[in-house]
Design a binder for this molecule. Structure first.
Ligand code: NAD
Length: 393
């Protein structure tokens, strides 16, 4: 044996999982970062191998693969699914492509990670869930990428609710506020076309607060009433011609959870000054919790069991080693960011696949969110007994 190649000098990686990803823009970059680094921080039963990146333009997909660390490229997602070295397909494309890619991948025996919202319609989400359940019977797993479940502060919030620290949940108050569409001249994007995005702020960011509140409370929404609005009905499209905006710009709705808890939701991309303010407050019979993604390392906790004179919302800096996911990272107070939520998501997915456990949130969870979105749209379309208020004096 030549020097330097003896077994004692070699590092044995855990068994690998061949990953292919479709789409290489915003989510493609974020997911690539997670696939590249996850096994360097988390102890995992499987190490991802970034074997292939899919995109439609040969030049652009090649550049992206080089930058993000993928070993090869395909210009048709179908070719990715046919490859023997691909065990998992990660879908980072707009909603109109999710159902077709996910169902084909699952039927071919590939695990699937699919970006949210799961689909553009309930019917698509139902077909995806059926395919996921059939595949699961053969040891093939799937997960929908609601990454906010993996914010340590929200995972801690869930734990506190589960432990009864805020008692019985009475109020759930959630908003998701961005402002990137407030400029009326901002150009058209696929996110503003119903046939590609399914819906607007509702499915894009409203889906996150529906999933996150169901996750934190461990409960499900059983009814909603709301309305949507489009502030800017036309936008400059490609080539300078105006194109109609066919989705909502904002959605405002109320809801009721199975437990009886009362909820309010607002999703908008017109809240000037708010960049990614995903805020959740929960009031229970023994205390309250409050979270704002723009300060994502903090969870605010009001414990009503404390003496009135000193009780108050206290800030928990969620960076202690015994907080969810934090053992893998830095010393206390060395803050985490947006990208870590995806690393956590992929760590959980690899652990689930490696231990043959169904990952969460499942496609069935994604379908549940889709049904809430569809119910909001029905309520908005039917005009839920909107009472006029006399405003003449
Ligand atoms: N989890 C989150 O926080 C989060 C944030 C943003 C977007 N998303 C979701 O991620 C998905 C992608 O959004 P994005 O922001 O990355 O969009 P994007 O526009 O930045 O990227 C979309 C990518 O998909 C590619 N694409 C489109 N159609 C394709 C096709 N038929 N075949 C192959 N590639 C195709 C585009 O070329 C591009 O690379 C959407 O479902 C979106 O809702 C999730």
């Amino acid at each position: 044996m030549t020097e330097g190649t003896s077994n004692e000098h070699q590092v044995q990686p855990p068994s690998g999982l061949g990953v292919a990803m479709v789409g290489h823009a915003f989510m493609g970059a974020v997911h690539s970062q997670a696939w590249r680094n996850v096994h360097r921080f988390f102890d995992l039963p499987l190490t991802p191998r970034m074997v292939a990146l899919g995109g439609r333009d040969a030049q652009r997909v090649k550049e992206a693969a080089g930058r993000f660390g993928w070993s090869s490229v395909e210009t048709d997602w179908r070719a990715l699914i046919e490859r023997d070295d691909v065990d998992l397909v990660d879908i980072c494309t707009p909603g109109d492509t999710h159902a077709e890619i996910a169902i084909a991948a699952l039927n071919a025996g590939k695990h699937v990670l699919c970006e949210k919202p799961l689909a553009n319609t309930v019917a698509e989400a139902e077909r995806m869930t059926e395919a996921a359940e059939r595949a699961r019977a053969n040891g093939v797993y799937s997960m929908v990428a609601f990454n906010y479940r993996r914010v340590p502060a929200l995972a801690l919030a869930r734990k506190l609710v589960e432990e009864g620290r805020i008692g019985e949940v009475r109020h759930v108050r959630a908003v998701y506020l961005q402002d990137w569409l407030a400029d009326e001249d901002a150009p058209m994007t696929w996110r503003l076309r119903k046939e590609q995005a399914g819906s607007g702020a509702l499915g894009d960011i409203g889906a996150h607060i529906v999933d996150a509140t169901q996750f934190v409370t461990g409960d499900v929404l059983t009814g909603v009433a709301g309305f949507t609005h489009t502030f800017v009905p036309r936008r400059p499209g490609p080539g300078g011609t105006e194109e109609p905006v066919t989705v909502d710009d904002c959605a405002v709705f109320t809801g009721r959870f199975a437990s009886g808890a009362v909820a309010t939701f607002e999703a908008t991309r017109y809240a000037l000054g708010r960049k990614n303010a995903m805020r959740i407050e929960i009031n229970g019979s023994r205390g309250s919790l409050s979270f704002d993604f723009e300060a994502m390392n903090d969870l605010w906790f009001y414990d009503a069991e404390e003496p009135g004179a000193t009780a108050g919302f206290r800030r928990i800096v969620v960076t202690e080693a015994d907080h969810p996911y934090l053992k893998a990272w830095w010393p206390p107070g060395h803050l985490l960011g947006y990208e870590h939520t995806f690393t956590h998501e992929i760590a959980d997915l690899l652990t689930a696949i490696g231990t043959k456990t169904a990952p969460q949130p499942s496609f069935a969870d994604g379908l549940r969110v889709q049904r809430v979105l569809a119910a909001v749209e029905r309520s908005a379309a039917e005009g839920t007994r909107w009472e006029q208020v006399d405003s003449t004096t």
